[in-house]
Write a protein that binds this ligand. Structure first.
Ligand code: PGA
Length: 239
């Protein structure tokens, strides 16, 4: 399983350090083979000394080594911390910050060429879900356009936009049906994201074709995130 925490615009440098130290102790004591990914804000990046099951990633970066892109970070800033993991295509970047599929593809190609592990997010808005499963799949596949889905370091996160940060989780049936259809095309591991919390972690991880979770809000509390990792350990399907 892959258990990922997306801090978004939460936590400071200091609180991230405390969080990661606690997480590292927990994962080391648990002796689990699950993969744990943490995406802190870029101001909190550091070279942490971590258990080899944990990787730190960036939530976003520009498709450049360095240059004149005010407000952005590029490869040079990321590599300073030995980071080789990136989140691309998150719905907040697509829908709130207006990132187009073309821009997403550019980032994907650039960080793929640098060998990064890419957690690539897809997911439909509410009105598309209401149109039915065919529209849902067409929308999600359109978000894969231009992306090399056979890339060996790809992880896909299916996150319905209407379930992100809303407390509304897709039903287990909706998740199972969608993941089943996505899996016909995508060989990479697929995570589910959207209002995952301690109470529903086990049932979501038990869904066929679900190979992990990408957690926002509920991951900001380190104890809750550790509990989720503990739930994955009980299931014992390692990735
Ligand atoms: P959420 O966010 O867990 O707060 O719904 C998930 C995400 O945006 O990755």
């Amino acid at each position: 399983m892959i258990i990922a925490a997306n801090f978004k615009t939460n936590h400071t440098r200091e609180s991230t350090k405390e969080y990661i130290e606690k997480l590292n102790r927990y994962v080391s004591d648990l002796n689990s083979d699950d993969t744990v990914l943490v995406f802190p804000p870029s101001t909190a990046l550091e070279t942490f000394d971590l258990n080899d099951k944990i990787s730190i990633g960036v939530q976003n970066a520009y498709a450049t080594e360095k240059g004149s892109f005010t407000g952005e970070i590029g490869l040079e800033q990321i590599e300073e911390f030995g980071i080789k993991t990136i989140l691309i295509g998150h719905s907040e970047r697509r829908h709130v910050l207006g990132e187009s599929q073309d821009e997403v593809v550019k980032k994907y190609d650039f960080y793929k060429s640098k060998g990064f592990k890419i957690v690539y997010c897809i997911g439909e808005p509410k009105e598309v879900r209401e149109e039915g499963i065919e529209s849902v799949i067409a929308y999600n596949f359109a978000q894969l356009e231009g992306i090399d889905i056979s890339y060996e370091n790809l992880i896909v996160a299916y996150e319905p936009v209407w379930a992100i940060g809303t407390g509304l989780t897709a039903s287990n049936e909706q998740i199972e049906e969608t993941l089943g259809l996505l899996k016909q095309k995508i060989k990479a591991p697929i995570l589910y994201g959207g209002s995952v919390k301690v109470a529903n972690t086990k049932e979501i991880l038990d869904i066929k074709n679900c190979e992990g979770i990408l957690v926002g809000t509920a991951s900001w509390d380190v104890d809750a995130f550790c509990e989720m990792i503990g739930e994955a350990r009980k299931i014992g399907r390692y990735l």
